[in-house]
Design a protein around this ligand. Structure first.
Ligand code: NAP
Length: 242
């Protein structure tokens, strides 16, 4: 029974990752924050791949919710180790720093950084015990390059990149890899306020990417094709940044 957990699996990139990992034979725990309808659609797509899935509602930034939901599930299912963790949940709250509110700063940081910590700390213990695991963190071009109007988002993704590199060195000996995938502009709800026409001249491949193009790289990192890849950040951005 191989299990994978994808945070923010109800929509966009997270949904495509759930479907990709389901196609690789993983049963999928689909985390989401509030959108049950979309999470159920992801569950149907997962089941269509011939594996099982379960919805798991919790806010990654709230430790008590993570412990109460994921922690309880792990306790109740010791025979179902989570081999693959994809920390994908994330939000944008763009503003220039001089006008940024505490809430805009805090929510973006809490979901990306505390979310990574709350979920990964629980699962890494089990991976260490099992001497196997794959952790993939979905970060962003913004965390590598910095984008104006996104000091909160850039800082949060850069923090997770640092955590990826540090954790990979803590757990490598136990056959656990920890990597990050850094998308550029991808067509999802998160970018629906951005006009692709206005941005595509900046992108060498002259278009936004698809969630599936990101999921393919996550699938590679989770697979046995990537056994010696760890501590890396792989960009999926149509050549936007190099
Ligand atoms: P999206 O379509 O807006 O989906 C966001 C997902 O995250 C949803 O499943 C949402 O759940 C979940 N989520 C949000 N806050 C959460 C919380 N506190 N706890 C648990 N789940 C939460 O976004 P996306 O474009 O697929 O983005 C996915 C990841 O890729 C994010 O980390 C984002 O920063 C990163 N990324 C995206 C792009 C892009 O161009 N789209 C580029 C670079 C990086 P509900 O459905 O319940 O709201």
């Amino acid at each position: 029974m191989k299990y994978a957990l994808v945070t923010g699996g109800s929509r966009g990139i997270g949904r495509a990752i759930c479907v990709k990992l389901a196609g690789m034979g993983y049963h999928i725990l689909i985390n989401f924050q509030s959108n049950v309808e979309e999470a159920e659609k992801t569950l149907e797509l997962v089941k269509a791949k011939g594996v099982n899935g379960e919805l798991m509602k919790f806010d990654v930034s709230r430790q008590e919710e993570v412990d109460g939901s994921l922690g309880k599930w792990m306790e109740a299912n010791p025979d179902k180790p989570i081999e693959v963790l994809v920390n994908n949940a994330g939000i944008r709250k763009d503003n220039l720093l001089m006008w940024m509110s505490n809430k805009e700063w805090d929510t973006v940081m809490d979901i990306a950084v505390d979310g990574f910590f709350n979920v990964t700390r629980l699962i890494i213990k089990q991976m260490l015990y099992k001497k196997y695991g794959r952790v993939v963190n979905v970060v962003s071009l913004s965390g590598l390059k910095g984008l104006p109007g996104q000091t909160n988002y850039s800082a949060s993704k850069a923090a997770v990149i640092g955590a990826t590199k540090a954790l990979s060195q803590e757990v490598g000996r136990r056959n656990i890899t920890v990597n990050a995938v850094a998308p550029g502009f991808i067509n999802t709800d998160m970018t629906k306020d951005m006009n692709e026409k206005d941005f595509k001249q900046l992108i060498p491949m002259s278009r936004f990417g698809t969630p599936e193009e990101v999921a393919n790289v996550v699938g590679f990192l989770a697979s046995d094709q990537a056994t010696y890849v760890t501590g890396q950040v792989i960009s999926v951005n149509g050549g936007l940044y190099s």
